[in-house]
Ligand binder design. Structure first.
Ligand code: ZN
Length: 294
């Protein structure tokens, strides 16, 4: 292994929390997004939390080790044990708390393919992370194909599924009254995203999914990314431009018949590296992950 890659792998495990070692769970930090609406961050994917008069609605749940801390923070913010939980996709840094939530009566929702994946063991190749099958109580009880809507007090929560983006089971959650969107792992704010080719993800699908979110957003929309800080439409637009630039350049090289090694050697994303390649993947490593999806 190239020793230069080590810091990135280390950062990756910090960001996604895919470390095999038991550590103390970091503090769960809330960022207010709207009235009763929060982004919660600790380890792994950002959570969305909506607390209304009589409903507590949660988006994703990070890791089992964090459930107690997450539930504590929800209570502190005025919520109850979540009535509803929706998984943005199946990855373990977004679904690890499912079992504990489900065991205490939370109704779990997801796209059809999330439930399908959670019933078996999955290998997330890029991180060599093996997810055992989910216990029965953690499996989504209600699944959907294209879209569905929650009506919670005065809020209308639109959920829709972009095809083949980060995975083949992504859900994006749009709080229409609050003008806020939880993008799941369609959006890594500030760095090259992980795309999961083994489980139906593709770079082209990511770009299309981002376009759908951009269409729904305006200058005031708050966007919760799967990873990274709270964002606005402009941040998402810049991320979209990066994805599209990468797609065009890599497709051109691929159509010229270049191999992965030749493309990496040509360093076609050199000018993007400083801004997008410092937190999780270098350009070289990112290309190796997305190449098979082109
Ligand atoms: Zn993910």
């Amino acid at each position: 292994m190239n020793p230069l890659k080590l810091p990135f792998i280390f950062l990756t495990s910090l960001l996604l929390g895919l470390s095999a070692h038991a550590e103390e769970y970091p503090e769960v930090k809330p960022t207010q997004v709207g009235e009763g609406l929060y982004m919660l961050s600790a380890k792994g994917g950002n959570l969305g939390l909506f607390i209304s008069k009589d409903t507590t609605f949660l988006i994703d749940d990070q890791f089992a080790a964090g459930t107690e801390a997450i539930l504590g923070k929800i209570k502190e913010l005025g919520g109850t044990h979540p009535n509803f939980l929706i998984n943005t996709h199946f990855h373990g840094d977004h679904t690890g708390g499912n079992e504990a939530m489900g065991a205490d009566g939370t109704l779990i929702y997801s796209h059809h393919n999330v439930r399908k994946r959670l019933t078996v063991e999955n290998l997330i190749e890029a991180f060599n992370f093996r997810m055992p099958p989910m216990g029965k109580l953690g499996l989504p009880t209600i699944t959907f194909a294209d879209n569905m809507t929650f009506y919670i007090d005065d809020e209308v929560v639109d959920v829709f599924h972009p095809a083949s983006a980060h995975t083949d089971g992504d859900a994006v959650i749009h709080f229409k009254k609050a003008n806020a969107i939880h993008a799941g792992d369609i959006f890594f704010n500030g760095f090259y995203p992980f795309i999961d080719p083994r489980h139906g993800g593709s770079l082209k699908g990511m770009i299309d999914a981002v376009d759908t979110i951009l269409d729904r957003a305006n200058a005031d929309t708050k966007i919760i990314p799967g990873h990274g800080p709270l964002a606005n439409r402009n941040d998402l637009q810049e991320y979209r431009n990066m994805l599209a630039t990468a797609y065009e350049r890599l497709m051109t090289l691929k159509q010229e018949g270049k191999t992965l090694k030749q493309i990496q050697a040509a360093n076609p994303l050199d000018d993007l590296s400083a801004r997008w390649g410092n937190a999780m993947f270098t350009s070289e490593r990112w290309i190796s992950i997305i190449f098979s999806t082109l």
